[in-house]
Write a protein that binds this ligand. Structure first.
Ligand SMILES: NC(=O)c1ccc[n+]([C@@H]2O[C@H](COP(=O)([O-])OP(=O)(O)OC[C@H]3O[C@@H](n4cnc5c(N)ncnc54)[C@H](OP(=O)(O)O)[C@@H]3O)[C@@H](O)[C@H]2O)c1
Length: 288
């Protein structure tokens, strides 16, 4: 991928270090518009999911952009309703069809509950068949990682988890580093958390570099080796969130950012009842 910084994954693939998130962007033309704006601004990595119900618009925006397919990294995620082996195989085909793609760069298991091993087997096979280039998981805490991953043939290439200066996942990152598993940050801006965006430490650093708080946060995450994909539907933010490569935080500034960690996020995947509430939150087959 030309002109885009990448991190190397443990399977040898190079993932663009920054992408564009599409959670909560409706499929009423808004996803199409936002992804088109992101691609025009220079993003070459889009993060979607079956449960975002917007894969079709993501695929159309990619196609209409005219950018060669091999220049764009596309991630999607299987919803936990589909983890039984046969359903998982179908889910992969449905994503390919909806997006109009011959292959998907990264397919994740969106939530770590239920028939995780069956779904993982389907991902491993689709990867061997060339339908997916890299495979990974999401929302795995140390406890869930240790429960499921020892049963996998192939170690995931990424674990996409909540990550921002308030929740820096220190314990998990130590475990993942052993297998060279890349952390991807969801909510890299804390989903727009005003306290985070107004942290005095962050505002001071922002002033020094003539950047905004969002840019300092994303640059910090990037310097920590984390893949980020901020979401916005506003062109000015879409552009500014990508403009993070012309400054670099010093070691001292990195330590100040690290000290903002509260060790706790908005979402606790280990909490009782989470699997049930997620299953009730989205029915990805409502319109089948
Ligand atoms: N695997 C998972 O379970 C999971 C969970 C959540 C998210 N994700 C993925 O991660 C992506 C990013 O996470 P996210 O969308 O939850 O949160 P986020 O990117 O941290 O924050 C998005 C929110 O911040 C606002 N925003 C964007 N840029 C800003 C800036 N520069 N300054 C101030 N506010 C800004 C956006 O508003 P406007 O749109 O109005 O600009 C939006 O409300 C998602 O889109 C999705 O692809 C994955």
């Amino acid at each position: 991928m030309a002109n885009v910084e990448t991190f190397k994954l443990n399977d040898g693939n190079n993932i663009p270090v920054i992408g564009f998130g599409t959670f909560q962007i409706p499929a009423d033309g808004s996803t199409y518009d936002a992804v088109k704006m992101a691609l025009a601004a220079g993003y070459r990595h889009i993060d979607t999911a079956v449960a975002y119900f917007n894969e079709q618009e993501v695929g159309k925006a990619i196609k209409d952009s005219g950018i060669p397919r091999d220049q764009i990294w596309v991630t999607t995620k299987m919803w936990l309703q589909d983890y039984k082996y046969e359903d998982a195989k179908k889910s992969i085909e449905t994503s390919l069809n909806k997006m109009g793609l011959d292959y998907i760069d990264l397919y994740l298991l969106h939530q770590p509950y239920g028939e995780v091993e069956e779904a993982w087997k389907a991902l491993e096979e689709a990867k061997k068949a060339g339908k997916i280039r890299s495979i990974g998981v999401s929302n795995m805490t140390p406890k869930l990682w240790n429960k499921f991953v020892p049963n996998f043939d192939e170690v995931p290439s990424v674990n996409q988890v909540e990550f921002n200066p308030y929740f820096q996942q220190k314990e998990l990152r130590e475990i993942l580093a052993k297998d060279n598993v890349r952390v991807e940050a969801w909510a890299p801006l804390g989903e727009g958390n005003k306290d985070l965006l107004n942290e005095p430490v962050i505002l001071d650093i922002a002033k020094k570099y003539n950047k905004n708080a969002g840019q300092v946060i994303l640059r910090f995450e990037n310097q920590e080796g984390i893949v980020v994909f901020p979401k916005s539907v506003h062109e000015a933010r879409i552009k500014s969130n990508l403009d993070i490569f012309d400054f670099e935080l010093t070691d001292e500034e990195m330590d100040k950012m690290r000290a903002l960690d509260k060790g706790k996020g908005m979402h606790d995947p280990d909490a009782p009842g989470v699997a049930e509430s997620l299953l009730n939150a989205f029915d990805v087959h409502a319109n089948d």
